[in-house]
Design a protein around this ligand. Sequence first.
Ligand code: EZ4
Ligand code: CO
Length: 407
Amino acid sequence: MNLTIKDVRVIVSCPGRNFVTVKIVTESGIYGVGDATVNGREMAVATYLQEHVAPCLIGRNAHEIEDIWQYLYKGVYWRKGPINMASISAVDMALWDIKGKAADLPVYELLGGKSRRGVSVYVHATGETVDDTLDRAEALRGQGFSAIRLQTSVPGLAGSYGTLGDKKDYFELQSDRPLPPETPWSTRKYMNSIEELFSKARDRFGTDIQLLHDVHSRLTPIEAARLGKMLEPYDLLFLEDAVAAENQDSYRIIRDHTTTPLAIGEIYNTIWDCKEMIQNQWIDYIRCAATHAGGITNLRRIADFAAHFHVRIAPHGAPDLSVICFAAQAHVGIWAPNFGIQEFVGFGNETSNLVFSHDMSIENGMIHVSDRPGLGVDFNEEAAKDYPYNRSYLPVSRLEDGTLWSW
Ligand code: EZ4
Ligand code: CO
């Protein structure tokens, strides 16, 4: 079987949301697909792949996943960075897909086989009011989900993080405006309202259900410490992104004050971004995504490193990651001995399913991973042509006096 790479195609499409997809084709006809989407900066990755990465791959043996990974990481000289790492990630996923197809085995078998029956997920309940949010959570419970992230608009701050606004679902573009939308933030209003959401949730659902919350990096370390203490009685599975952590030491401050479990990692690109917080056991879950943290090869390395420090993986599962990323994470998740939980907002909508096809299914809050060779996801290039790229930005956040804040 001749697995020499003969073509590397980079396709940017918008079947609901923008996705950057890589398709690597070998002489044998076997091809693989990967996800390189960096939400709001898609064309930067596409150009990087097309202009700088693709030429280096033509003629290479697709089996040499590790050497190609090292070549694109060390060989670039500049290392790290979201654009570079998303490009490496997509190439890596596509090569694992090819290796699986060539071996006639699903990727999880190549990683070491299944460690569990399925991949447990948590879903999102978001609403404009506490009651609205809890009604949605109840509906999700009815569908068999038992781990639910709760987000409610902060009273007096329309469109605060986590709510959908006028969107039907997560798979619609979050911004169809010419420039980033601006949303307001007030830590005082948030801190004064957040406890009610969780106390009412426990009153209504009891202690069987697992609850989560995403702070989206809005707090300082000492504020996050106070929030963690405030939410301790409600027994969260984890509190996500309490603080933006370019400075990993911030998590030591939170950890010193609260037993609420902590999670972070969706914007991290390498193990270097989270090394100190993992080895010092300041966090409980590392949330790196296959698309942003170096593909299957590097997600596996992060998982293995974290396992030594009681840190479990809980990969990012946002709608701006394509189903290819989701499948890659499902293969890692069903294998990783220290898998924790997978974020899940659905496999897409009618439009995105025309472009990405897969046979994963969900039952009782657990994903059944595809047994097809490779990743088990396909990308329909013809269908993608009907959905051209549509520039879209993530929102920015400002304090009520106009100061730019973390979104
Ligand atoms: O805001 O993926 O946990 N999920 C999240 C996401 C992120 C987006 C950014 O592109 O925080 O909704
Ligand atoms: Co998040």
